[in-house]
Design a protein around this ligand. Structure first.
Ligand code: TYM
Length: 337
């Protein structure tokens, strides 16, 4: 039986945080057992906002090491760096030429990020979702496991594939591109900031206390949780519309302790914050400890990591190149030999 294909990626901008792990990477690890899984470090996306060239390569390697440390197994998953496979840029260009400008101008993330960049907004930032569509469509992905914030970008990728490529250049029985589906799990799909329960945990928040990164040492994790925003009410409950911080911290505890929502709802129903926060800190430290230990080992085996990425590049290239050729043909380009 042909296994369905999965593709996803994370940007190598700064340290990965709990949202990246719980919203995305954790799901990739489960999927690799019975899917044909491709995961990439999307370094081309990382330069859509001003970046530090002295850090890009290291951050890319660190991100790949974290994938493996979180449980991605290169024997079952193709792990690669986006910019190592030139087909991403090539398909992006082909898709650019059929994507209406106003589809990109209405992307929520573009509007939010553009606001922060002021006069410095690059064409790349606007084009970011088309590159993301190319990432997905190149691999004929059936499923794209992401956090909630990527839903609109996934819809755009579907629209480009269906309306702009298949409908115009393919035939009904031989579509040029596979139309992918998002996979957004309920738990962990939207981890919120520790300092504001109404905004998501994000790498770009200037306040480092707003996020826990996968490499934070135990004492820093405990400190950040101790300082996390709460409310003055006794008793902790899920889903209260006026208590977004409570919902977020309880949700994290349910996942990180492995106890699940129902058990946590009854355990914490009459707790105050003084009792709850050390429990959450201990559960977080314990959940990240094995990832951090494995990460340290991997970073001492740099050549092995490079071998994994090299092999991933070759496997990815074979699939991606075939798709680009198919699209080139559909669009009517002179064949290259
Ligand atoms: P990025 O690097 O911002 O985030 C990587 C993944 O982490 C998820 N995520 C979260 N999930 C839950 N709670 C949060 N607070 C949180 N913050 C981030 C994101 O939803 C994402 O799944 N454009 C993408 C990267 C990308 C991609 C792709 C993803 C490029 N090409 C192709 C899938 C397929 C991005 O910037 O993610």
């Amino acid at each position: 039986m042909v296994r369905s294909r999965v593709l996803s990626g994370v940007q190598p901008t700064g340290a990965l945080h709990l949202g990246n792990w719980l919203g995305a990477i954790r799901n990739w690890v489960d999927l690799q057992n019975d899917h044909d899984t491709f995961v990439c470090v999307v370094d081309l996306h990382a330069i859509t906002v001003p970046h530090d060239p002295a850090r890009l390569a290291d951050d890319t390697l660190t991100t790949a090491a974290l994938y493996l440390a979180c449980g991605i197994d290169p024997a079952r998953t193709t792990v690669f760096v986006q910019s190592h496979v030139a087909a991403h840029s090539e398909l992006c260009w082909l898709l650019n030429c059929v994507t209406p400008l106003n589809w990109l101008e209405r992307m929520i993330q573009f509007k939010e990020k553009a606001l922060k960049q002021g006069d410095n907004v690059s064409v790349g930032l606007l084009d970011y979702p088309v590159l993301m569509a190319a990432d997905i469509l190149l691999y004929d992905a059936d499923l794209v496991p992401v956090g909630e914030d990527q839903k609109q970008h996934l819809e755009l990728a579907r629209d480009i594939a269906q309306q702009r490529i298949n409908a115009r250049f393919g035939s009904e029985d031989a579509p040029l591109l596979k139309v992918p589906k998002p996979l957004i799990l309920k738990e962990g799909a939207r981890v919120m900031s520790l300092t504001d329960g109404r905004s998501k945990m994000s790498k770009s928040d200037p306040n480092e206390g707003s996020r826990i990164t996968l490499l934070d040492p135990p004492d820093l994790i405990t400190k950040k949780i101790k300082r996390a925003k709460t409310d003055p009410q006794m008793g902790l409950e899920f889903d209260h519309p006026d208590r977004p911080e409570t919902d977020n911290l309880l949700g994290l505890y349910a996942i990180l302790s492995g106890k699940g929502r129902d058990a946590v709802a009854s355990e914490c129903a009459s707790m105050g914050w003084g009792q709850f926060k050390p429990l959450l800190a201990d559960a977080t430290v314990a959940a990240l400890e094995p990832i951090q230990a494995r990460y340290r080992e991997l970073m001492n085996e740099r050549s092995e990591l490079e071998r994994v990425l090299n092999q991933g590049q070759q496997q990815a290239e074979a699939v991606a190149q075939a798709t680009v050729e198919r699209v080139r043909q559909g669009l009517g380009f002179l064949a290259r030999h």
